[in-house]
Design a protein around this ligand. Structure first.
Ligand code: HEM
Ligand SMILES: *[C@@H]1O[C@H](CO)[C@@H](O)[C@H](O)[C@H]1NC(C)=O
Ligand SMILES: *[C@@H]1O[C@H](CO)[C@@H](O)[C@H](O)[C@H]1NC(C)=O
Ligand SMILES: *[C@@H]1O[C@H](CO)[C@@H](O)[C@H](O)[C@H]1NC(C)=O
Ligand SMILES: *[C@@H]1O[C@H](CO)[C@@H](O)[C@H](O)[C@H]1NC(C)=O
Length: 328
């Protein structure tokens, strides 16, 4: 045998070994419910599609819900658990309440799944599927979602604060926050692109517009004309939960590259969005995604799968919640 061929065989064996050890660790897999609940993903998609027809704001909620689930105790469905008399749950943190909606739709999908295959499909997986369907329904790529997550039994409002970055964060703070979840700068830039759809409450930009720092009333990284428009919609100190602004005014419900185009002209809605321009590495990624929508959508799908793996419960850990709002 020639040494070149021998080398190639050794290389293949190495790759196979790496593949096997990687799959042994990460037990999530595409088609996990194929045998136990064959139509699980289809059932979720049907419920989500119907709900989105009635309320076109929901896709943003499900994508954000998956993010907020995964960043607090891993993707374990803890975001869905209701508060009780002695516990304020994640759901009721001011970060999520009242801005995050769609819990009733997840409950509806769960009820349908329980009828078809009792105690099989986790609430954490339902969120991951719903987020994927939401990306697709908004014009992004459909992608395969590895599943097999199990549901956690703990949900605490207090844990949302240290784990979910506020919109006032700068790039180094965001980088640190993502790194603590095993996500890198590329993931940060790509996943922030979710802000190409949806809306924000005025409360989330109040300080950026009206009380930025001791030297500037308004964040100087925000385009002044855009700031003026935003201030009209969001008067100082407004706490009215009905007051919202679109994240991406040019195409508020379309999953496209326009989030990145906004950033390039200093019209990112949050300081955190605009901060992606503050290092050459992240600025380059912003430019790439702005210029190539296909590339952005492909990267986004991959980054969502990566995010969906954060600290997942598998095997015998956790439980399959029968009702997403309460632990078994
Ligand atoms: C990088 C750090 C991030 C920060 C600081 C941040 C912050 C925020 C804030 C403050 C809002 C507005 C909430 C409101 O006032 O209604 C929001 C909305 C949203 N976020 Fe993020 N976010 C980040 C990353 C992400 C990621 C990674 C995703 C998903 C992959 C995401 C998806 C969304 C979506 C879709 C909305 C719109 C929600 C709606 O229309 O109801 N965000 N985000
Ligand atoms: C980001 O914010 C932190 C905390 O306020 C600060 O210490 C740090 O210097 C800031 N970094 C940059 C690059 O502005
Ligand atoms: C403006 O911000 C400062 C520093 O964060 C804070 O102490 C002050 O109360 C704020 N003022 C208003 C009117 O919100
Ligand atoms: C917000 O809107 C709801 C429904 O449209 C209304 O009942 C409520 O009074 C509004 N809240 C405020 C503070 O304006
Ligand atoms: C959880 O709370 C929501 C709204 O407060 C309610 O509609 C839902 O029925 C509750 N779920 C359970 C299982 O109690």
């Amino acid at each position: 045998m020639g040494s070149r061929i021998r080398g190639e065989i050794m290389f293949l064996a190495l790759v196979l070994g790496m593949y096997l050890s990687a799959t042994a660790e990460a037990t999530l897999r595409v088609g996990y419910y194929e045998k136990t609940c064959p139509h699980a993903e289809f059932i979720v998609k049907k419920v989500i599609t119907k709900a989105v027809k009635k309320d076109s704001g929901l896709p943003a909620d499900f994508i954000r819900m998956h993010f907020h689930d995964c960043f607090v105790r891993g993707c374990d469905g803890s975001i869905l658990i209701n508060s009780t008399s002695n516990n304020v749950a994640e759901k009721d943190s001011p970060i999520n309440n009242p801005s995050l909606e769609g819990f009733d739709i997840i409950d509806e999908a769960k009820a349908k799944l329980e009828k078809k295959c009792k105690g099989v499909v986790s609430c954490a997986d339902i969120i991951a599927f719903a987020a994927r369907d939401s990306v697709e329904l908004s014009g992004g790529f459909a992608y395969e979602v590895p599943s097999g997550r199990r549901d956690g039994r703990i949900s605490r409002s207090s844990e949302t604060f240290g784990n979910l970055a506020p919109p006032t964060f700068n790039l180094s703070q965001l980088t640190q926050n993502f790194a603590s979840k095993g996500l890198n700068l590329d993931d940060l830039v790509t996943l922030s692109g979710a802000h190409t759809i949806g809306k924000s409450h005025c409360t989330s930009i109040d300080s950026r517009l009206h009380n930025f720092s001791s030297t500037a009333t308004t964040d100087p990284s925000l385009d002044p004309a855009y700031a003026k428009k935003l201030k009209k919609k969001c008067p100082k100190g407004s706490t009215d939960p009905n007051l919202t602004v679109p994240m991406d005014p040019p195409s508020p419900q379309v999953f496209d590259s326009s989030y990145y185009k906004n950033i390039l002209v200093h019209k990112g809605l949050f300081h955190s969005d605009q901060s992606l321009l503050s290092s050459s590495k992240t600025a380059n990624l912003v430019k790439q995604n702005a210029a190539n929508e296909y590339l952005f959508k492909k990267r986004f799908a991959e980054a969502m799968v990566k995010m969906g793996n954060i600290e997942v419960l598998t095997g015998k850990k956790g439980e399959i919640r029968l009702n997403c709002g309460v632990i078994n």
